[in-house]
Design a protein around this ligand. Structure first.
Ligand SMILES: *Cc1c(COP(=O)(O)O)cnc(C)c1O
Length: 639
């Protein structure tokens, strides 16, 4: 291939195509003429962008190390605004008589900063919160000041939870208890009577509609949440008897997260609307229709119903929701309710970017085979060398099969002691030369045999990335979820290597070897050759939803450094919040070590070593300094 020629012609446009940044970037992420990733966080100001590599050097200059999580508060702002504006225009378009009020489900990213930002920005639109546990309700009450906003309580509720929620009602909050299981109503009625406070009630029902996607267990008859239709009717009876049917004002359901197909969303709305109409018919007050979360994020930019994508835009979602609700309610002549959605993922995914450096790489040894082989080279290796010599574009499949055969023979002979370490290494080298040659020749084939289509994957490099998948991208490990990953600089240069990423845990699952693609999944990521003396930075994008607190302490790699960025209209920016990541002492204390005590013990060990004349007292001082510095340090790979 004429490499020089194609390198000259490589442009940032080619990088944009390669990494699909235009498709998943949603207008927030793009590439500069120089080849850096730009972030454009303000919805109203499309010409205001900040440069990611510049931000990285600014943060490093201030003394923070990689990996780090960057949060763009303005993106959160833009996402909330966009959602409300979209619903507003759909409401106007269809002349819907009710309004839209979003709530943010705290579990999607519970960080105080997120809740603080959402409640502050959301005030204009009366954007509320959804709490799924006692702790989340307690958090919500301290940040939600807007009494027009809804506070939806899902999850199982004990007496403490219920009492707190009832008092919230008394204080003027629109605090709904959503019945998740039949027994809850009893306790709510009892506490309501005891405290003399009327509750606002909702009911969650089990949809029979089930959607495709990763996280759709919430729908369907087997869902663990919600009431069946007959349980709903029993609840109505109970409320009637207590003369409290006017407390029942909200219907809730949740189809699951990341619903890629708009048809599933529409069909769930139809089913839910029938239930809503039925509840009105039964005499419940109603007025709120809460369709839960599920609004998906197009992680791979393919705009399809593949599980990492979505086949609809936000505008289409809003229009479909309004239209589907109106269709059924008009038929039943029912007043248009206030629509609530509990979109979490779509609200916060875009706002965080995980940045990390590559600290080493390794590639398969395909250096050419030496001209002169040692005298005693066994036949099996010479045979394999013959395969390499005879390889041409017409016998690729045959050579490939032979290479596999000889490789297995060589491994077997090595195992029983018939080949030396060096002979085995020579055999491996010849084998990889054959694979490389097959891969090179395939490019000239019109028809590629099935066995050989993915052969270049076998040859790809390992790039060692300074982060922990378990801590920072848990869904990537746990359920194979795909996030867009790409270099944040050098994008005017053609990436010449195929690579997978290994993280810094020493777990063989600590890797990323599946990447986004327009169709399906890519098995390797195109990356640049890492230069000596120059850091190479990658970003994992759209990681704001669910990743931050699901992460774990595998290999005692703790929370990363976090920096929040606020961008001003003149294109300047400031670091508004800096959260130092966990130190080694922090992560150790999470698993019950006491750093002070550890130092004391190690000091005693060092003292013993002096007595045994293994080290000098001066060395003890240095060793202890090193040890204590290690405790204070960052658990990740430091340059
Ligand atoms: C998790 C959850 C959500 C959030 O769903 P997204 O797909 O992130 O929008 C909303 N409502 C309930 C009840 C949930 O459990």
């Amino acid at each position: 291939m004429n490499l020089k020629h194609s390198m000259e012609r490589w442009t940032v446009e080619d990088s944009a195509d390669l990494y699909h940044i235009r498709e998943w970037g949603a207008g927030y992420f793009s590439i500069s003429d120089k080849g850096d990733v730009l972030v454009t966080p303000l919805r109203e100001k499309k010409d205001v962008s900040v440069n990611l590599p510049e931000i990285i050097s600014g943060i490093m200059a201030r003394g923070y190390a990689m990996p780090m999580l960057l949060r763009f508060e303005d993106i959160l702002d833009s996402q909330i605004t966009q959602m409300h504006e979209s619903f507003r225009s759909a409401i106007a378009k269809f002349d819907y008589k009710g309004e839209f009020k979003g709530v943010y489900p705290i579990k999607v990213n519970q960080q105080k900063q997120v809740i603080e930002t959402i409640t502050r920005i959301g005030k204009v639109y009366h954007h509320g919160l959804e709490a799924g546990s006692k702790a989340e309700l307690i958090a919500a009450l301290s940040f939600l000041e807007d009494k027009e906003a809804c506070l939806v309580c899902n999850g199982y509720k004990d007496r403490e939870f219920i009492d707190l929620g009832l008092y919230a009602c008394k204080m003027g909050f629109k605090c709904f208890f959503v019945l998740e299981m039949p027994g809850e109503l009893e306790l709510i009625l009892e506490r309501s009577q005891a405290l003399g406070i009327q509750p606002l009630l909702g009911v969650r029902f089990k949809l029979s509609t089930q959607a495709g996607g990763h996280w759709t267990e919430s729908g369907g008859d087997r869902s663990i949440f919600g009431l069946t239709i007959s349980q709903i009717i029993e609840s109505i009876e109970k409320l009637k008897n207590a003369n409290m049917l006017d407390c029942l004002q909200l219907l809730h359901y949740h189809l699951g997260s990341q619903i890629p197909n708009i048809r599933d969303i529409r069909s769930s709305i139809q089913e839910a609307c029938r239930v809503y109409a039925g509840l009105v018919h039964e005499g419940a007050a109603m007025g709120y229709f809460d369709l839960g979360g599920g609004l998906a994020v197009d992680y791979d930019g393919s705009h399809t119903n593949y599980m990492n994508s979505r086949n609809y835009t936000l505008d289409e979602y809003c229009a479909d929701v309004i239209e589907a609700i109106m269709e059924i309610l008009i038929e039943n002549d029912i007043t248009h309710p206030t629509i609530i959605t509990e979109s979490g993922r779509a609200t916060v995914a875009y706002y965080s970017v995980l940045l990390f450096n590559i600290f080493d790489t390794s590639s398969i040894d395909t250096d050419s085979v030496p001209k002169e082989l040692p005298e005693e080279t066994p036949d099996i290796i010479l045979n394999m060398l013959e395969v390499l010599k005879s390889l041409n574009v017409r016998n690729l499949q045959e050579c490939y099969n032979d290479a596999l055969y000889y490789r297995d023979q060589i491994r077997q002979m090595f195992k029983i002691g018939d080949l030396s370490l060096r002979q085995r290494a020579l055999g491996d080298k010849i084998f990889w030369n054959i694979i490389q040659a097959v891969s090179d020749n395939i490019k000239n084939l019109k028809f590629v045999p099935k066995d050989l289509t993915d052969i270049d994957i076998a040859l790809c490099d390992t790039y060692y990335a300074n982060f922990s998948v378990f801590q920072s991208l848990p869904d990537s490990w746990a359920i194979g979820h795909l996030f867009p990953v790409m270099p944040v600089h050098r994008l005017a240069e053609m990436p010449l290597r195929n690579a997978i990423l290994a993280d810094i845990t020493c777990d063989c699952d600590g890797k990323i070897d599946r990447f986004i693609d327009k169709q399906g999944v890519r098995r390797a990521l195109k990356l640049h050759t890492v230069k000596e003396n120059e850091d190479y930075y990658l970003g994992a994008f759209l990681v704001g939803a669910y990743q931050e607190t699901l992460g774990d302490l595998h290999n005692l790699l703790g929370d990363t450094n976090v920096v929040s960025i606020r961008v001003f209209e003149d294109g300047s920016y400031s670091f508004v919040r800096e959260i130092e990541g966990d130190s080694v002492a922090d992560v150790l204390s999470y698993v019950e070590y006491d750093p002070k005590n550890m130092t004391k013990r190690f000091r005693a060990t060092a003292e013993q070593a002096i007595r045994e004349k293994l080290i000098t007292p001066q060395e003890r001082r240095e060793i202890m300094n090193m040890y204590e510095e290690g405790l204070r340090g960052y658990p990740y790979f430091e340059q």
